[in-house]
Write a protein that binds this ligand. Structure first.
Ligand SMILES: [Fe+2]
Ligand SMILES: [Fe+2]
Length: 254
């Protein structure tokens, strides 16, 4: 196994940010001025991020455990878990403070937003990912396959496509949401190193053709969980990047 995960921890350290320091005052003021279509799109994406980030933040423990033979890799999963927890807090903050989603706790707000996401998205984050993490807890040899789903498919395809769609949507709004935009950019910056970290793990593993085909196929299915919140064109771009990333990790499909 290739070592040298240490630099990811240093990178994560240098990229730390605090969601409570973002200025959301203009966003709060402008939110009610969004058109109905703008509101539906932005809130739909936020709902997806709240469900997704809460789920990913909760699943990294098994990854950390499975990497316990490599101190640097284990520490990197720990750094990532800290990022994901912050992302979950950021999206919940936007939901409660900007979009005014009702609920006294994050869990209560999540329950409200849960109705806004597709059953495919809910299934991916509430069933498939937890089941994969559970399998990993029982069998640490499944780390590469689990990283294939978590880092390559979920982060590399589903979340990245959603984050790009959100940045595009924010760009085209009739009023600005500058605090949300700033937070999205910071989330995206974190996600880039998470995907780089996952790619490195996949690269250092011996991936057979079957596992490679499964990662590609999972990407194709998962890219569709956003429904019409993401254009077919954006999904195609995300899949192209997914293929390129897998290829760069030494995986051959053709
Ligand atoms: Fe995240
Ligand atoms: Fe991430």
């Amino acid at each position: 196994m290739i070592t040298g995960y240490g630099h990811f921890v240093q990178l994560a350290e240098s990229l730390q940010w605090d969601e409570t320091e973002l200025d959301l005052s203009v966003d709060r003021e402008n939110w009610p001025k969004l058109t109905e279509a703008e509101n539906a799109k932005v809130l739909g994406l936020i709902a997806g991020f709240v469900i997704a980030e809460t789920s990913v933040a909760g699943q990294l423990g098994s990854f950390q455990e499975a990497a316990s033979c490599d101190d640097a890799m284990e520490a990197t999963f720990r750094s990532q878990a800290r990022d994901e927890a912050r992302h979950a807090r950021f999206f919940d903050l936007v939901a409660s403070d900007v979009a005014g989603v009702p609920g006294a706790t994050a869990a209560a707000r999540r329950a409200v937003l849960r109705d806004q996401v597709s059953s495919e998205l809910a299934d991916l984050f509430e069933h498939r990912l937890p089941a994969t993490a559970e399998r990993l807890a029982e069998d640490h040899d499944g780390l590469t396959a689990a990283v294939g789903l978590y880092h390559m498919v979920i982060e590399g395809v589903v979340l990245l496509a959603g984050q790009h769609a959100m940045l595009d949507a924010l760009e085209g709004l009739s009023v600005g949401l500058p605090g949300v935009r700033k937070g999205m950019e910071l989330v995206l910056r974190d996600e880039r190193w998470h995907i780089g970290f996952g790619s490195r793990i996949v690269q250092s593993a011996d991936i057979g053709p079957e596992q490679a085909a499964s990662m590609l196929e999972q990407g194709e299915t998962a890219a569709k969980v956003w429904g019409d919140l993401i254009s077919a064109e954006s999904i195609e771009t995300a899949m192209k990047q997914h293929r390129r990333r897998l290829k760069a990790s030494g995986i051959k499909f053709w």
